[in-house]
Design a protein around this ligand. Structure first.
Ligand code: PMP
Ligand code: GLN
Length: 379
């Protein structure tokens, strides 16, 4: 068999989680919380699992009541009301939405612009469609896009630009000026936009998340993704959604109907029950900012150099002073084995494995976990 992705190994998230398990390390590698979803959500799921009639296929685009609740949430947060019938699609996590959008719009030979470092799925998923990833670097110290470089990378073959704010792994956050600049670059082109906003509720220091949904010009050409896994500490539920104008939504649904067809029914009912309670997601910026601040304070006495974290739930750190000369993959393995703390080497987010002596810590953990990890890191 000729592999379609011969150069792609097992995802770094699986590799590091497995190593953490084998070695008994505290897992700050793969991005998932070590606490449970809000009790009302768990109770709602239990209720719907026990409700006869809620156990069969949901409608292909998602339960109408969940799409309605998503539309209302979008109105409240971003001042735009997507039509639940034609502009909201419930997917099996943001992962399925990403793959579905790429499969729906990328033709062989199309270029897809990816800002790098980038979430590990983007490049391989583009290539599986016969697309050509075009990488534009996000540079230290703040990993903010250099729009001149983006402009220089756009060509008449650019089918799609992929953005991610707040950004995994760097935490960088786009501003309204960034969105205006991007809108200017895409104006008068046929280039589409995919905006991965799964960390929309994790923006710190009083700043706001600026969704592409709230940008009237950009949203006309955009797929905007979110994930209930992030919002409700429920990464294992694998439910997300995609907002897009009707013509784009129709194309996504053509693929979605053959990819997963529909998403688990009781989980959709449970999410529809709690989504109107805005207090649950309004609490998230402060909740995660406290974790970020605690983790940074705990790591301050170490030789790790901490990069700024304006959003998301990851801390990127330079380990040059901890282990001079060591590559990031070796360092991540050594830290896991010897210090008992698993992390992700940042080279995993580069198509060419670029190593800048950086690792990523996930701080979506209980205070006790963060303290225990810091004690090990200080030692
Ligand atoms: N995009 C980004 C940037 C992510 O970090 C993740 C989750 N790690 C996903 C997409 C996938 O989200 P989900 O778990 O809902 O499939
Ligand atoms: N998004 C998570 C991360 O960045 C992991 C998702 C996964 O394991 N596929 O760590």
């Amino acid at each position: 068999l000729t592999s379609k992705l011969p150069d792609v190994g097992t995802s770094i998230f699986s590799v590091m989680s497995q190593l953490a398990q084998e070695t008994g390390a505290i897992n700050l590698a793969q991005g998932f919380p070590d606490y449970d979803p809000p009790l009302p959500l768990l109770e709602a799921l239990a209720r719907h699992v026990l409700t006869p009639g809620h156990q069969q296929y949901a409608p292909m685009p998602g339960l109408p009541r969940l799409r309605e609740a998503i539309s209302q949430k979008t109105t409240r947060l971003y001042g735009h009301t997507p039509d639940p019938a034609t502009e909201v699609t419930v997917t099996s996590g943001a992962t399925e939405a990403l793959y579905g959008v790429l499969a729906a719009v990328v033709q062989p030979g199309d270029e897809v612009l990816i800002l790098e470092p980038a979430y590990d799925l983007y490049g391989p998923a583009v290539r599986l469609q016969g697309g050509v990833p075009v990488y534009v670097p996000l540079a230290l110290p703040d990993f903010r896009p250099d729009w001149d470089r983006v402009a220089a990378a756009l060509t008449p073959r650019t089918r799609l630009v992929l953005i991610n704010s707040p950004h995994n792994p760097t935490g960088a956050v786009l501003t309204p000026a960034d969105l205006d600049t991007l809108a200017g670059l895409l104006r008068d082109t046929d280039t589409l936009l995919l905006s991965d906003e799964v960390y929309e509720h994790m923006v710190f220091d009083g700043a706001a998340h600026h969704s592409v949904t709230s940008h009237p010009e950009l949203r006309e050409r955009a797929f905007v993704l979110s994930s209930f896994g992030k919002t409700y500490h429920a990464t294992g539920w694998k439910v997300g959604y995609c907002l897009a104008p009707p013509t784009l939504t129709a194309e996504l649904r053509r693929v979605h109907q053959f990819l997963t067809f529909s998403v688990s029914t009781p989980t959709q009912h449970a999410l529809a029950d709690v989504l109107p309670d805005s207090a649950l997601y309004d609490a998230l910026p402060a909740f995660y900012q406290q974790k970020r601040d605690l983790f940074r304070e705990l790591l301050a006495p170490t030789a790790f150099r901490l990069l700024p974290v304006p959003g998301g739930y990851f801390q990127v750190a330079d380990f040059s002073a901890v282990a001079p000369g060591l590559g990031d993959v070796d360092f991540a393995r050594q830290l896991t084995r010897e210090a008992g703390v698993a992390v992700v080497p940042l080279s995993a987010f580069y198509h060419n494995g670029q190593d800048q002596h950086l690792v990523r810590f996930c701080f979506a953990k209980q205070e006790a976990t963060l303290r225990a990890a810091a004690t090990r890191l200080q030692a």
